[in-house]
Design a protein around this ligand. Sequence first.
Ligand code: GAF
Length: 373
Amino acid sequence: MKKIKVASPGRINLIGEHIDYNDGFVLPAAIDKSISMEFSVNGHASRCTIKSDGFDSILVANLNKLKKSTEGWHNYVLGVLYEIQKLSPKLRGFDCYMESLIPVGSGVSSSAALECGIAFGLNELFDLGLDKWELVKLGQRAEHNFVGTKCGIMDQFSSVMGKKGHTMLLDCRSLDFEYIPTKLDPYKLLLLNTNVSHNLSTGEYNIRRAQCEDGLALLSKRFGIEKSFRNVTPQMLDESRNELGILLYNRCSYVIEEIQRVQDAVKALKAGELEKFGKLMGQTHQGLGKKYEVSCPELDFLVEIAEKDPLVLGARMMGGGFGGCTLNLIHVDGIDQFVDKASKAYKETFGITLSYFFTFPSQGISIIENEGV
Ligand code: GAF
């Protein structure tokens, strides 16, 4: 029987948060932590079993009767199976066992890694003939339709397209992208995990998206422009302040600023101006906290400590928000002292143990074992 093992990584995003679904640019990379998934054909026409080391429940799916589950993680898998069936009649029964090294709920997108790993593995196992972009997009649709989060494209894109040593500048409107060699020495990317996840994420995420759509609809009508934040100037935004109201004004203001910030950050990165890059990360955090309101006290606390440390060039919350990790660009010489200081202060203030890990831009989804294929 055919067997295949794949590794599907999580992602970081250096800058460009909450703008993938707002026609912006993002700068993510796959990380060195992944879910490994072993797939085998089981000879049944429609029975599939999926087991994970991280969850007690086993998912048993019938390809003829795919429907949403009440068990959270099942929906990521079921959604992918459903989307594959819309594209190909070749899917049959399979067994899958997975082990994850990606911390769940920490903003490094274990969910996209799961979706894309299932899609990629089954594509190989059953020769479905789907290309990488089809896998990325079907992962996103699975999340929209089965999980209910109206996510952008960044996470699935990063997991599939990642390249070792490179960040990726993705234009989320045209889907053109550029691999950028990313050497940060003597700085490193340090993730501090708040170990909180304020359960607001899916609801608040969809609300942010809807607010941006409402704001943009108003702006495009008022100025007779095509519906894209790229066509809105800061001046147009200011002129529309009263009509938008403070909440929509703030949301749109963050988006317009962040679209510009990513472009400035990429210039800085290419020129090796890491100090400038770090400052822009800090501005992103301020925008996400004050204007987009997706931060939380724990994230703000960690960013504040980082900002006071001369060896940290930049820090910000990363991912959807309301918990998860901060991303810190830190000099190697400052790491031990900084982690120690942050851990103590965090424990004293919130009573929670901080965890942390380093990462670097890594290879996207890949096959790690192949038998009888
Ligand atoms: C989540 C989403 F899945 C992404 O699409 C992106 O919007 C991110 O939040 C925020 O930048 O990870």
